[in-house]
Design a protein around this ligand. Structure first.
Ligand SMILES: C[S@@+](CC[C@H](N)C(=O)[O-])C[C@H]1O[C@@H](n2cnc3c(N)ncnc32)[C@H](O)[C@@H]1O
Length: 219
């Protein structure tokens, strides 16, 4: 199947910025207590459900900083990213963790194999017409009752990104309305469990959304 131009652009852009992205954002979570709070809640929900084990995929993991944070919370976390440059940086920075190259739209994972999926600022490059397929893929790989955590910038516009982390790039980022995102993931079989909206912090231009949703249980 021919790859969409936006997917190629996203991969190329993140390959270009990978090393500087890692260096600039390495310690960012330390200054973001609300973000860490939602990651902590997500970790506790995963650990409290099922038999308390099960893998968690950090999809669009980039440099692996969130994957490593999830692992530090006791989760069996691994990362998947479109960009080979990002995957290489993640492997170098976090040699004890598993990182694979792949697309969130077609994961090389069995059905119902995961206890949790995290997409931390990674659904933001997928155009609206393909987001239903993205959430359907998340639902496919999560076991019934599995947990989903999303983070994204709030808004309703496309931002053409032409310079990032000290490099010229060409990609689009979508700011997203939380209610529209909810309708999309609920259509894929999730129900929203919690939502945090916080005001922009340093270097952020819009409010930020953190959403926890659960895949429908069989019972
Ligand atoms: C803004 S970065 C966030 C990275 C990481 N989650 C973090 O918070 O540091 C977005 C990441 O999503 C990845 N990405 C975007 N679309 C993807 C897709 N369809 N499949 C896999 N990864 C994707 C990009 O390559 C990039 O590394």
């Amino acid at each position: 199947m021919t790859e969409h131009a936006d997917v190629r652009a996203t991969r190329a852009a993140y390959d270009t910025v990978a090393v500087d992205y890692e260096a600039l954002l390495r310690d960012e979570l330390a200054a973001k207590p609300y973000d860490r709070g939602m990651l902590q809640v997500f970790a506790e929900l995963v650990q409290a459900s099922g038999d308390g084990d099960g893998e968690v995929a950090d999809l669009g993991c980039g440099s692996g900083r969130v994957t490593a944070h999830l692992a530090s919370l006791g989760l069996d976390a691994f990362g998947v990213d479109l960009s080979p440059g990002m995957v290489e940086v993640a492997r170098t920075r976090h040699p004890g963790l598993l990182f694979e190259e792949g697309s969130m739209l077609a994961l090389d994972l069995p059905d119902a194999s995961l206890a949790g999926v995290v997409a931390w600022y990674s659904i933001i490059h997928t155009p609206a017409e393909r987001r239903p397929a993205l959430f359907a893929e998340f639902a496919r790989v999560l076991r019934p009752g599995g947990w989903l955590l999303l983070a994204f910038q709030v808004g309703d516009e496309v931002v053409p990104v032409r310079h990032a982390y000290g490099h010229d790039v060409q990609l689009d980022a979508f700011r997203l309305p939380p209610d529209a995102v909810r309708a999309e993931f609920e259509a894929a079989g999730f129900s929203e469990h919690a939502r945090l909206l916080r005001e922009p912090g340093d270097r952020e231009k819009t409010p930020q959304a953190y959403v926890i949703a659960r895949r429908a249980s069989l019972i």
